[in-house]
Each structure stands twice: as C-alpha cells, then as structure tokens.
Design a protein around this ligand. Sequence first.
Ligand code: SMO
Length: 794
Amino acid sequence: MTTVNPDGGIGESVSRNEDRRVLTGNSTGTDDFAVPNALHVQFLRSEKAHARFSIDASAARARSDVVAVYTAADIEASETPTPEPFSLYAAPMKGVPYPDDAYLQRSIATDRARYHGEIIGVVVGTDQRAARDALDDIDVTYDTLEPVMTAEAALADDAPVLHDDVADNIVFEGASGDEAQTQANFETAAYTAELEKEPQRVSPCPLEPRAAVAVHDPSMDTLEFVATTQIPHGYRRLLSQMLHHPEHKVDVTVPDMGGGFGARQHPYPADVLVGWCALDLSEPVRWRASRTENQLVENDGRGYEGTWEIALGEAGDILALRADIRYDLGAWVARGACGLAQSGNSVLPGQYDVPAVYSHVTGVVTNKARVDAYRGVTGTEMIMMLERLVTRVAKQAGLDPAEVRRRNFVDPDQFPYENATGAVYDSGDYARNFEMGLEAVDYEAVQARKEALRDENRYLGVGLCSYIEGAALGPCGELDVPTWGYGRVQVHPGGEVTVYSGGANHGQGHETSLAQIATTEFGVPFDDVSVVENSTKEVSDGVGTFASRTAALCGSAITESCRKIIEKGRQIAADEWDVPVDTVAFDDGAFHGASEQSLSFQEIAAQAHMGAAVPDELEPGLEEQTYFDPETRTWSFGTHVAVVELDPDTGAIEFHDYVATEDCGVQLNPDIVEGQVVGGIAQGIGQTLYEDVEYDSDGTLLSDALRDETLGSSGGYTLPKAEHIPEITVESTETPSPHTPHGAKGMGESGAIAAPGAIMNAIADALEPFDTEPMTPPVTPEMVWRAMAEGGSE
Ligand code: SMO
C-alpha cells in the first residue's frame, strides 16, 4: 500500500492543535463544566490511619443549607442500590493471582477506617461552602487501632490484620521464572551484586486536583458524568457495574486534563459516591478536591521494597537476575494493583539476553492510600534496579558499564525475542541506538574529563540507563485484557474527515497525531481532519489511555479504518468507470483508473453520499470502524546518559549533560515524541531527587501539600520545577514494529522509566572515590554532602 505524505502527515512535527486552547487559557477542565443548580458534595474523611469510628451528624443534618448527610449505614438503608466493591474487567494475570474479594476497595468505610483520608461520610450542600462548613458540624469519635505502615510490618507474625475474613495481610503472592536454574547460575557466577529496599512511594500529581460532576435525568434514567479520568469508557463500565446502573444509560465526558500519569485510570470512591448521590437525590451533584484532599487520596505510585540481584560471568555476560519484591499496596486494592507485579516481572531483563530470571512477589495491605500505576508502571522500578545492578557488577568486574551492556544486548537478528520471563519483544536494534547515545554525550571524552577534574577535587559522574518500554496492552500476549484499540473514521460529503478514537487525550497530543494518520492515509489537508476522543457519547467504544497505547492501538485501528474506506472508494470509482476494482489505484489523494481516469478523494466522498452514485451492493456513506489487537505488545527502547557534578561543600547535584535516545518505531510526530520524553524525564528527576510521600509513624500523611524544595524534604511534597530540569538532548532511531501498519510503537513513559536509573548511576559514579553505601532515592544534597564528608551515606 502506497501512502502519500502531504503537509501535516505522519513523521512531521506538526504543532499541536490543542495547544492553541490550552496555552491561551481557553481549556475547559472538569470543574469548569457548568451545570445549573448542581448540589455540592464534600467528603468526611478519616483523620486516623486506622481506627474504629462512630459519627454523630445530627447538627449537620439540621442545617438549612445541607440537603443530605450519608454514612455507610444511610447508604445501605437507601432504596438506591448500595455501590459494589471495586473491580476491574481484566482476567487474572500470569504468576499473580487475583486478590480475595475482602481486599477490594469499598466506596465508604462502615465502622473502621483503614487510611488517613478514607471516606467515612458524605455531605451534600446547596453550595460548596455550605457542604464544607457542615463537615465541621459532624462529631466523629475515633477509637484508634495500631497502624501498619510498611510491607515489612504487614508481614510480621504479630501484625494487626487489616481486613476481616482474611487471615493475613497478603493480597497476592506469586513467582515467575526458573528458580532452580537461576540459583545454579548464581552459583557459577564470577561476580554478583545486590541492592535492597527501593523505590519510594511517589505522588503522580496531575496539574489539577480530582473533580467529578454527575447528572441524573429521572425522565430518561440517564446518568452523565464529567470526570477526571484517563479511561472514559472503562470508567463508564466500572461505574455502571458498581452503581447497578445499566451501561447504556451511563455516559462519561472528560474535558481537558493536565495529565493522568496512571493515577487517573481506575475510578475512586469519591467518583462512585458522587454518582450515587446524583441517583439517590435525582439532582445534579458536583465535587472538586482541594490539593490536600488530592494528595491524601489520589493513587500513589511505586512504594516497593525488596532485594534485587544480578550474576555476571567471567566474560561479562549476565547469567541471571533475581528479585524478591514486596508491594505495599495501601489499605484497599483495585484489581489493577495485581498488574503492577505482573508487568514488573515481564521487564526484569530489560534489553539483555539473560538466560535465567526468577522473581517472587508479594502484595500486602497497609494503612495507607491506594498504590496503582504511575508512568512507566513497574517498568520504572525494575529498569532502575536492573541498570544500577548492571553498572555495579560491571565495576566489580573491572569492566566499563558501557562494555557490559554491549556484551549483553539482545541482537537484532534475535527478534521476535522471548525473554526469560516469557514476554515477546517485537523488534529492536539496541546496540545501534546505544552507540548513538554515547556519541551524543561524547562518552570517552566525558570519562576523560571526569578523571581530570578529580585532581581539582571536582566530582563528575556519568550514568547509563538502557530501558525497554512494553506498551500497547491489548488482549494479545500475556494479558487477557479486553482493551482493543478502537478507531472509527467518518468521511463527510465534502471530503473532510472526523476520526473517533477509543483513547483519551490528557496532554499527549492525540488531536494532532491521530489527525496526521488520516492526513497521510487519505492525502487530505491536515486542517480537514478533526479528532474526537474523551467522550462515551461521541465515541461508541474504546477504553481510554494508559500503558502508552494510543498510537499503536487506536492509531492502528484508525489506519485500518481509513484503508477500509479507501477500498470502498475504489469500488465506487470502479463502478463509475465500469472497470474491474483491481485496476483502480489510490495515490496522492486520488483514485486512478488504468486509462487515466481520475477522481479525487473529495469527489468520491461526495459520490458516496449520493444515492445514484453508490453501487447497489454497497451502503451509502464512507464510514468504517476497526478493533485492533497487535500480535504482541510493542517494545520501545533507548538509553539515557546523565552527567552530573556533586559539590563536596554543599552536596548540590548539578546536571552537566543529559542525553536520551528513543526508538519507538516510526514516529507519528517527532516533536510530540520529544515532548513526551522530556516530560517523563522531569518526572524521573522528581522521583530521583525530590519526591517522597511521607507518613508519620501514626499513619498521618505528612506530604499533604506541595512545597518548595528549599524548605527541606519533610512536611510537604516537593515537585521539581523548570529550573531543576537540565537541557535535554533527545535523539532517535526508528526500528518499526512489524505488528502495526505504520510501524509505530507505544511511547510516552520512557523518560520516567529511564531517568531514575541514569541519575542514580551518575551519582554513584561521582561518589566512587568515596566509600559509600548505595543510596535510596530521593537523593538529597544533604545525603550527598554527608556521603562526601564522611565517606559513608545517609
Ligand atoms: S502509568 Mo499509565 O497511565 O499506564
């Protein structure tokens, strides 16, 4: 199939359509969504991490500006069906069984709160102030219980058990890989290295706090949501199930949203309760979280502890990897949490051809807010630990960490490559991409400079991190998740095109990149294509956006739909010219016959909508849909090189250089790819140097507000600012995926996946002259200063 590449087509860095409205202040967020006469919800949230409680809401109920107050008992007593516990429409995953139902999150606590911020009551007021004030009129009596604040504490023999009907705090336990072979390879290893603990719990922090609007129309019994979610269609399905309201009567619209980062995949108790209140009261209901409320309850990411080990042979070949990981999931789980462990397992060997891999995972509940996906999901943690281990073991062996990577990369002729955990990589050329990164940073020169500067008491460090990013999760491969890419394409009589995507845009640039696909396929002007997403009303099917799926899954579905339309166009042209269909070609935005006949795409579009011009055996119109499922997931890859200098006087960590290479197959829009990489690196820098969700020993969340890093790391949550992000060079190779029509792969998480490993390795490299223990992020200037001053760390 030949495609043209007119202005605005695939591969061009078209400016993003959506930026016009976002950058000029014309975007509409969930809370901007105007609904006349909406009531306002505020949630009564537990002030204790673990306590039995009782509520006296009589004073609040008596207020004239309060419409309703609900406790769990009130909800149970209502005729409106009680919400079901949380679930997820995914099948169990390999090696990680489903949790007992007792662990599945409930929307409201009955008489025992299990984390600071858990909803224990609901107030509906005539306006937001009324609802907020009424919260102060509610008397809550707490009988505190001992909180369980770490995975280790949850697994202790005498640990308090968090959930009734289950004997321990274990949500899942599983193992994958060949334990005996891994052990055997460790026994024959020339060198081994090990890292413990890691990585800390972080908060994804989309730009605006969570919000939801629910409108129930009693005449039609429809329930319409406007919500901060990455998955409008998934959210509709889950809320329909939890609220016992049929799916065809539920709709979800997602206005502009400043990122989701994984935290906005699954619905939250607040969303369910906003919908429940709308049903119970048959009035429009709205809610918006404060920043503190958002920090209390929005899913965190990471937060695991464990042991990671690597075994290296005499010749520098990686013989085995082993991990024993404890996932601290918080007090309740949405079933997605099990996918964290599963997807973590699958990327353990990264870019390397490792013969034996074994991992043991345990998921436990603690008295904290929920942990779920965060950009890169568990790939970030596994790649960071892998790449730190590769670097450490290389140095033990007296080898350059770059050299050990070269010796172990999966070779281009090994694809499709099944790694030792059973994940199948679609395509790759790791070494070529790696050398591009090393050249861009001038690796040999920077090593020489590092050596030279040490004589001046200056400490430069160079860190490498080679990553893979498994994207495009569909029903294929190891996961049986009904998450096809959905794409429908409609051609209007004037030849303009509307593309309907089953993804969701919250900053990724889909309105632009998906339009580029139709521009290329049809050879129409870019401005003639518009993209519709983020709405179950306007897009009949789909899921949403997560796991870097849109380009590879929805983009491919859109491509296939365009090609079905071109096929139909050929039939219409063949009928018009009275020639066989196979003599009609489509090229350069026009249909061509063998005898120089020609009809433009726009002329065929017009004819397709005219009764007389459409052959009898065809339906009128030009509109097609596709459900796309690639043969395997797509696997992007690359290498980050961080160059930092550590100041022995202040412990300051300064970036000298940062190079990121990316190979996500064929790029739809290189500027968007670069933007995603840079944004991900910013989050990776945050995770490595600044961010830490902190709880007091009694379970109170300390990092409940955003805080300037100059005020120190405790008592607030520190996000990096623009001034903390270095100039970043992004370079690319393009190794097409064989499983998508344009060869595109999923990308969008690589920056966050690779940056922590590169930066941790750079810091460790700079500290090499000092006798230090491995550090645990976030690495602060104080930790660096102590390490350099005392020759030990922390
Ligand atoms: S962490 Mo993502 O939205 O799969």
